[in-house]
Design a protein around this ligand. Structure first.
Ligand code: KIV
Length: 303
């Protein structure tokens, strides 16, 4: 892990080394150095802190927020205000990872001017380092405009969940030679437009391998096989916190949802049976104050 000392003059002073914040050139450089990139979603300060503590390189404040936190059936209803509020919370919780804010549906499709205004909110109001945009060739002009105006962009092709209605569901993309060729051309065009990395979602592993070989920017896979330069998953899928829908590509590394239900059942039982709160979790007062209080409440109320 890259580190820096908090004060320059303390090289011999035993100052604790703190992890250095990752930059966009760091992430791009990983591909050159053949070091895999890890990316995870987060939506609030508490989990962002935990993702940071785990040593993850990039936090994506994904518009998957809509499904796993806000309870929508898909990501379409998510607004810029939703995203900015949650992204700001994430940036208060994480210090080392690169932070990427996901542009929600409707925040960039109307053209570069709206895209610039909305992307700038992620940087100015929410402390994000970059934004992510779903789409292929149709987003190239927007990506170029953002990059030329100083906003780093992560592209996203393959299954683009904001188009779930058009795609007829959360389906694997680029399964024919023709569709795969189109996706590869889109990825190259997005790199040419200045994107610093690209998410490949739910596409055949061999197609992702070709894209990864063709591009000089890192590919970050989700359901795109092992040959991408990095991997991303949705936090709630990884932790077992989202039971409504589990994509085939999502690996569960914990069962936090079940642990939460167990803990809450124990609380529910303790309260119902009078075991909580006990002495340890209650406050006391001086005996003299309590005696005075008892005397006072024994008197008829004044007036
Ligand atoms: O919104 C999201 O979480 C994403 C990832 C699945 C890449 O876009």
């Amino acid at each position: 892990m890259d580190t820096q000392h908090p004060s320059a003059g303390s090289a011999y002073g035993g100052a604790p080394a703190i992890p250095r914040k990752l930059t966009i050139p760091d992430v791009v450089g990983r591909k050159r150095d053949h070091r895999r990139i890890t990316m995870m979603t987060a939506y609030d300060a508490a989990f962002a802190k935990l993702v940071d503590a785990a040593g993850i390189d990039v936090i994506l404040v994904g518009d998957s927020l809509g499904m796993v936190v806000l309870g929508y059936p898909n990501t379409v209803p998510v607004t810029m205000d939703d995203m900015v509020r949650h992204a700001a919370a994430v940036s208060r919780g994480a210090t080392r990872p690169l932070l990427v804010g996901d542009m929600p549906f409707g925040s960039y499709q109307t053209g570069p001017t709206d895209a610039l205004r909305n992307a700038a909110r992620f940087l100015k109001e929410a402390g994000m380092d970059a934004v992510k945009i779903e789409g292929g060739h149709e987003t190239v002009d927007t990506v170029r405009a953002l990059v030329e105006n100083g906003i780093a962009v992560m592209a996203h092709v393959g299954l683009t969940p904001q188009r779930v209605a058009q795609l007829g569901g959360f389906k694997t993309q680029a399964r024919t030679a023709r569709a795969a060729r189109r996706l590869i051309d889109d990825a190259v065009a997005l790199e040419d437009a200045g994107a610093f990395s690209i998410v490949l979602e739910s596409i055949p592993a061999p197609v992702a391998a070709i894209v990864t070989e063709r591009l000089t920017i890192p590919t970050i896979g989700i359901g795109a096989g092992p040959d991408c330069d990095g991997q991303v998953l949705v936090l709630h899928d990884v932790l077992g916190l989202f039971g409504d829908f589990k994509p085939k590509f999502a690996k569960r590394y914990g069962e936090i949802g079940a642990a939460v239900v167990d803990a809450l059942r124990a609380y529910d039982t303790d309260v119902r049976e009078g075991h909580f709160p006990d002495e340890e979790h209650s406050f006391t007062m001086k005996e003299t104050e309590l005696a005075a209080l008892r005397r006072a409440v024994a008197q008829p109320k004044a007036g």
